[in-house]
Design a protein around this ligand. Structure first.
Ligand SMILES: NC(=O)c1ccc[n+]([C@@H]2O[C@H](COP(=O)([O-])OP(=O)(O)OC[C@H]3O[C@@H](n4cnc5c(N)ncnc54)[C@H](OP(=O)(O)O)[C@@H]3O)[C@@H](O)[C@H]2O)c1
Length: 254
């Protein structure tokens, strides 16, 4: 039987992969045979996570860079191709949140969230596409959010960036599809990660999440792994420009 979900020896860079959703996606991809390259800014955290994978005989290395340093991102991609000969996949997953009432929300904070959660994805994707074209194709996954099509107060920059990233997903999918490059997005619901520490500690908010989620609980990082494997594997070979919601059904509940 054809092993539709294998991603053997596909070289895949995952940004923001030292913890949370990014690490969970990297771990799942490595378990299905990929060589994963973990990115974040904290080298110690990356070293520790790569060790956890390689101790299980999974294939993993890391590249330290800040996604806001576009030149550093480009150089990391070049190093990857220099070392492995190709880049099959890119997951634009690094992201930050910033919460503030609108009247106190500065332009600088707005722009930092936009740069981290959207512009960096554009820049890294462009450089990855350059390399993927030379190699006959590839895959890009952008981590978006339920927020974008839906809104909540105090997070205007995050909502704007994630909605922009959905649009970028479609824009790239139509431009590079004929080159064999498939571009999709994954939209997590409320997942119990460090990004949501403040929300998890707020009992009232946490209970609101549970009441609004048809599966009646928060999601766990490892539940994002299957979607990433699907979209990086032959199982996803005719899927492009789509958003896969992994949110316990929250986005379809009124
Ligand atoms: N958790 C949720 O409920 C949820 C829901 C919807 C969407 N998302 C999205 O899912 C993605 C991952 O979220 P998460 O919850 O896993 O977050 P997290 O636990 O806070 O992890 C964020 C990761 O991104 C890295 N990172 C942050 N800024 C970076 C930068 N400038 N350059 C490189 N790496 C950077 C962090 O490592 P360093 O700090 O060491 O760089 C870390 O590895 C984000 O895009 C987020 O918006 C999350």
């Amino acid at each position: 039987m054809k092993e539709l979900f294998r991603v053997d020896d596909r070289v895949i860079l995952i940004t923001g992969a030292s913890r949370g959703i990014g690490f969970a996606m990297a771990e799942a991809l490595a378990e299905y045979g990929a060589h994963v390259i973990l990115n974040a800014r904290d080298e110690n955290a990356l070293r520790e996570k790569v060790r956890a994978l390689t101790e299980r005989n999974l294939k993993a290395t890391y590249q330290v860079f800040d996604v806001n340093d576009f030149e550093a991102g480009k150089n990391a991609l070049r190093r990857i191709v220099g070392e492995f000969g190709h880049l099959y996949g890119l997951i634009n997953n690094a992201g930050i949140q910033f919460r503030s009432p609108i009247l106190d929300f500065s332009n600088e904070d707005f722009e930092l969230v936009l740069r981290t959660n959207l512009t960096s994805c554009f820049s890294l994707s462009r450089e990855a596409i350059r390399l993927m074209k030379n190699n006959g194709g590839g895959r890009i996954i952008n981590t978006v959010s339920m927020l974008g099509p839906q809104a909540r107060p105090t997070v205007p920059a995050y909502i704007s960036a994630k909605e922009g990233l959905r649009a970028l997903t479609r824009a790239l999918a139509v431009e590079v599809g004929a080159d064999g490059i498939l571009v999709n997005a994954i939209a997590p619901g409320y997942i119990a990660t460090e990004l949501n520490t403040a929300l998890l500690e707020d009992q009232e908010f946490s209970e609101w999440v549970i009441s609004k989620t048809p599966l009646a609980r928060w999601g766990q990082s490892h539940e994002l792994g299957g979607g990433a494997v699907f979209l990086m594997s032959d199982a996803g070979s005719f899927v492009s420009g789509q958003v896969l919601s992994i949110d316990g059904g929250m986005s379809i509940q009124v």
